[in-house]
Design a protein around this ligand. Structure first.
Ligand code: DLL
Length: 426
């Protein structure tokens, strides 16, 4: 399902295609969505002002709050009767946000997920154990349809019920699995507890995403399940899973399907685009959606864009792993800290397991950060080394507690929350 006419398109052709698709999207939004009409008018812009890709930076962002303010259907650009599916995210406060798909959007969704699964190593005829949650979350149904499109036999297991998952893996012998990286570790524990070794597990490819993860976790999942693990990224507002995926042979950044989703990385403070290679907030425009296209959606995810064009033959750009979300960033005594930075700083301490929790508390006016991390051995020396490495590589003083293996919370099938904030009013 590698599609050379799209994935390996010469860059000038890709840029021309993006411009025409962006122009069509902006025109559609102007014509059909009152919120965008108003935003464009306030900025003094019309669709005719988009004459080059560079002009896009003049157009307004769309933020999560815009979806909430227009809940449920205010950003839709088709009649309700054209909808074929709704997904929603629960959100941390108030109403959920709702996203809608018409027939065209479901075809786009299946196409980009099929491409992603192919890049991840899946091939037609393989069995696909899909342990992303089915329901309002986009993970389950989204990867399901993409798997079918690629020609996989999809096992719609959904998340949770670990013992049943293990039995199904034993009995059906799937080659491909998709789930959150934290849940992949839970399954690895459960398979090991039943006496399996990587050699006795049928799985060959793991497609992991929906939450940040690290190279340490990748090594652990690959070694224990006997798989090649790639990163799949996406978000419901833009489509769901399948905005980008790593190539199984390369595993250095996820190819972003740039013929459907136009990426920008912007400075979180100024909103101005930064050059490729520099960190900032990922901003995405859906260019081929019809039910609910979004212009310059502020994902809040921190990453950088990397060039495409390498041994895989793809010209589309890659995005690096997500360092964190701009709203998950901890500010500890003035220093910006992402949980994944702490994880990365500790990557080569062999005794540590990739199960950890960050506990924020406050004494007086000082914020304190406690890293609770599982370790094969406990001892003051290792604890001191953890504190020293985090101070040196992340720049903050933390406290550390080494915990018994198996003692910290595990994923129950969905996304794992690693930060526990015990501070009262900020
Ligand atoms: O999590 C879609 C998805 C499902 C992606 C399955 C991959 C696999 P939402 O629930 O809308 O959609 O959450 C989107 O999750 O903005 C990121 O903060 C985070 N996220 C998603 N994929 C990754 C990843 C799905 N590979 C939000 N690495 C996004 C880090 C990720 N964070």
């Amino acid at each position: 399902m590698f599609n050379p006419s799209a994935e390996a398109m010469p860059l000038p052709d890709l840029r021309a295609l993006q411009l025409s698709r962006l122009q069509a999207t902006v025109a559609r939004l102007q014509e059909r969505v009152p919120m965008y009409r108003q935003k464009f008018a306030e900025a003094g812009l019309t669709p005719d002002d988009l004459t080059s890709l560079d002009d896009l930076r003049r157009f307004p962002f769309t933020r999560k709050a815009d979806l909430r303010d227009t809940y449920p259907f205010g950003l839709f650009s088709v009649p309700r009767s054209d909808l074929r599916r709704i997904h929603a995210s629960s959100g941390t406060s108030g109403k959920p946000t709702v996203v809608g798909y018409d027939e065209n959007d479901l075809a786009v969704f299946a196409e980009v997920v099929a491409r992603s699964l192919y890049a991840a190593g899946a091939r037609p005829g393989m069995l696909f154990h899909n342990a992303y949650g089915y329901g309002l979350f986009t993970g389950g149904l989204g990867t399901h349809a993409g798997g079918e499109r690629l020609g996989l036999g999809v096992v719609p297991v959904s998340g949770g019920g670990t013992e049943r998952q293990v039995s199904l893996i034993e009995d059906l012998e799937p080659e491909v699995i998709a789930c959150t990286p934290s849940y992949a570790l839970v399954l690895a524990d459960a398979l090991a507890a039943r006496g399996h070794t990587p050699e006795t597990i049928s799985l060959r490819y793991a497609v992991l995403g929906a939450e940040p993860w690290s190279e340490t976790m990748r090594r652990e999942v690959e070694a224990r399940l006997g798989v090649v693990a790639t990163n799949i990224y996406g978000l419901s507002e833009i489509i769901g899973p399948g905005v980008s995926n790593e190539d199984a042979a390369e595993r250095q950044g996820s190819y972003l399907w740039e013929d459907h989703f136009y990426p920008e990385v912007v400075d979180p403070a100024t909103g101005e685009p930064v050059p490729d290679g520099e960190d900032g907030v990922l901003v995405l425009t859906s260019m081929t959606r019809t039910a609910m296209p979004l212009l310059r959606y502020w994902t809040g995810d921190i990453t950088r864009l990397l060039p495409g064009g390498n041994a895989t033959g793809r010209t589309m750009r890659r995005m690096d792993g997500i360092r964190g979300r701009s709203d998950d960033m901890l500010i500890l005594r003035g220093v910006n800290v992402y949980p994944t930075q702490i994880e990365a700083a500790l990557a080569h301490l062999a005794d540590l397991r990739p199960h950890y929790q960050l506990v924020l508390s406050r004494t007086g006016t000082m914020d304190d950060l406690l890293l609770r991390i599982e370790s094969a051995h406990q001892g003051a020396e290792l604890r001191g080394e953890v504190v020293r490495l985090v101070k040196m590589m992340v720049g903050v003083s933390i406290a550390c507690e080494l915990c018994e293996p198996g003692s910290l919370p595990r994923s129950e099938g969905g996304k794992l929350r690693r930060v526990v904030d015990l501070r009262t009013a900020r």
